[in-house]
Design a protein around this ligand. Structure first.
Ligand code: GCO
Length: 252
């Protein structure tokens, strides 16, 4: 029930970080991949690496915040006969700055990349899943900040809170079409985006003290939950957010 063979997963922002780890995990479970990123060279290089491991990998370089680019990307997938039946809305950026110092451009960039993109890509994927009548899986990547705020990451927190409720909005409308929309809330993971935090001794100590598991998470530790939510094992799971956080949100 955990096999993804015969399924195709589009993972946004999958040329590095959590997206790449989730994509590789899904490929290990049998999925064909559509890798996405805006850096064509990096995308090409990462796709090549996965193909060398024997996985089936398509590349779709497009900006998830650009509606026209999203529409064009899905038209191309249609033309190439690639049916996306698993969508992972992972693409995201971080901006660490006090709210009083955030410009409207800063704000819009984070909200567009971390939230609106999931609507744009999710809408196109769902239109096709509904038209095909064979259901599908949508996995939105939230955050600890889908549940609790941390100072200086206001736009990110707001977007990730929206991801939790967008997941439920998708459930309200798409579950009857056999689409299971759920979310994953990663804890503090050792990624490029968190490099500055990992290298900050006091922040590193805070994460290890505040997390019951007493360590940072590794990107590949999200793959199991992603595979579960992408597989038949979760066909009656809708509108949930599963925190993969070493227990951080479970304790005071
Ligand atoms: C930060 C981090 C967090 C984590 C993650 C936690 O600045 O606090 O970037 O946002 O990356 O989102 O779930």
């Amino acid at each position: 029930m955990f096999s993804l063979s015969g399924r195709t997963a589009l993972v946004t922002g999958s040329s590095r970080g959590l997206g790449h780890a989730i994509a590789e995990g899904m490929a290990q479970a049998g999925a064909s991949l559509v890798l996405n990123g805006v850096d064509k060279a990096r995308l090409k290089q990462r796709a090549k690496g996965l193909r060398e491991k024997g996985y089936t990998v398509h590349e779709a370089a497009f900006d998830v915040t650009d509606e026209a680019a999203v529409l064009a990307a899905f038209t191309k997938l249609d033309e190439d006969g690639i049916d996306v039946n698993i969508l992972v809305n992972n693409a995201g950026i971080q901006l660490r700055k006090p709210l009083v110092d955030i410009s409207i451009d800063d704000w819009n960039k984070v909200i567009n990349t971390n939230l609106t993109s999931s609507f744009l890509v999710g809408r196109e994927a769902a239109r096709r899943m509904i038209a095909r009548g064979r259901g599908g899986k949508i996995i939105n990547i939230g955050s600890l900040t889908s549940e609790a705020a941390r100072a200086t990451v206001g736009p990110y927190t707001t977007a990730k809170g929206g991801i939790k409720m967008l997941t439920r909005a998708m459930t309200a409308e798409w579950a009857e079409h056999g689409i299971q929309a759920n979310a994953i809330g990663p804890g503090y993971m050792a990624t490029e985006m968190n490099k500055a935090l990992l290298e900050n001794p006091s922040f590193d100590a805070w994460v290890k003290g505040r997390t019951p598991a007493r360590r940072w998470g590794q990107p590949n530790e999200l793959a199991g939950t992603a595979i579960f939510l992408a597989s038949s094992a979760s066909d009656y799971v809708n509108g949930q957010i599963i925190y993969v956080d070493g227990g951080m949100l479970a304790v005071l």
